[in-house]
Design a protein around this ligand. Structure first.
Ligand code: CDP
Length: 245
């Protein structure tokens, strides 16, 4: 057995040269697709995702709709070429689970009760995956929902945090996700300070968990600035990637 992969070097730099509290370069574009009501593209490091939103539209399948609210549906899909080892085009258990997780992270922000008997459809296409695709999908989908003109209480911004080589880190890449000690994806409604997604994979002490939660909140708030800029100007990019300590 070879030793464990080294994720942080002697200078405290991660495999892609980032510091522990540094986000990956982030770009969000809005309204890039013409055949949907709302759309967004997110490029976060090498992770690249497109989101298209339809709705609220009247539901003709009566068994799907509800009399007092809109029904939100979400489909997260990874292109076969999105990962190193070609992914089967058939929907995987992971894609089905992530579709649910992402929907549940977005739903609390949508004013669903304003549109009874309607459907809101969110289609997420992961073109390239390098870790953090559920978070990037949530960030982009909430922008696409706003672009569709769907009334919302707040945007939803998401960011993963975790632990690698004993150090707490923000915005994990695929390698850090796979070989690190913990991965904690978090989504928040930044103006309301409400957490809509909190998952955890790995082992942490309660102090580490609390510190990571603070780090995730900072990451989400920085990502929220980019979301707002993108909605205002059609395009948003992050300038200062290092979060304050
Ligand atoms: O993407 P996210 O971190 O939200 O979800 P994950 O299930 O923890 O997956 C982490 C990463 O594993 C993905 O972002 C991909 O880079 C990679 N992955 C892969 O290489 N092949 C797959 N079939 C699924 C995921």
């Amino acid at each position: 057995m070879s030793g464990k992969k080294r994720l942080i070097d002697e200078n405290g730099l991660r495999v892609d040269g980032r510091r522990w509290n540094e986000l990956r370069p982030l770009k969000i574009e809005v309204g890039i697709l013409s055949n949907v009501d709302g759309s967004a593209r997110i490029i976060q490091g090498k992770t690249h995702i497109l989101v298209g939103v339809y709705g609220p539209r009247e539901s003709f399948a009566k068994h799907v709709s509800l009399p007092d609210r809109s029904v939100v549906r979400c489909r997260y899909r990874m292109a076969p070429f999105s990962v190193e080892e070609r992914k089967s085009p058939a929907p995987s258990r992971r894609e089905i689970e992530l579709s649910k997780v992402i929907r549940e992270a977005l739903e609390p922000a949508i004013l669903v009760e304003e549109f009874p008997r309607t459907i809101i459809d969110i289609f997420i296409e992961v073109l390239e995956a390098d870790g953090g695709t559920r978070c990037a999908s949530i960030t982009a989908a909430s922008v696409a929902l706003a672009d569709a003109g769907i009334p919302m209480k707040d945007l939803v911004a998401a960011c993963a945090v975790g632990k690698a080589d004993g150090k707490l880190i923000v915005d994990l890449s695929d390698m850090e996700d796979k070989y690190g000690e913990a991965d904690v994806p978090v989504a928040i409604m930044p103006n309301k300070n409400i957490i809509t997604l909190l998952q955890m994979d790995g082992t942490l002490t309660s102090d580490e968990f609390n510190a990571l939660l603070q780090l995730a909140m900072k990451g989400c708030k920085r990502i929220h600035e980019v979301q707002r800029k993108a909605l205002k100007d059609g395009f948003g990019e992050i300038k200062n990637l290092v979060l304050e300590e």
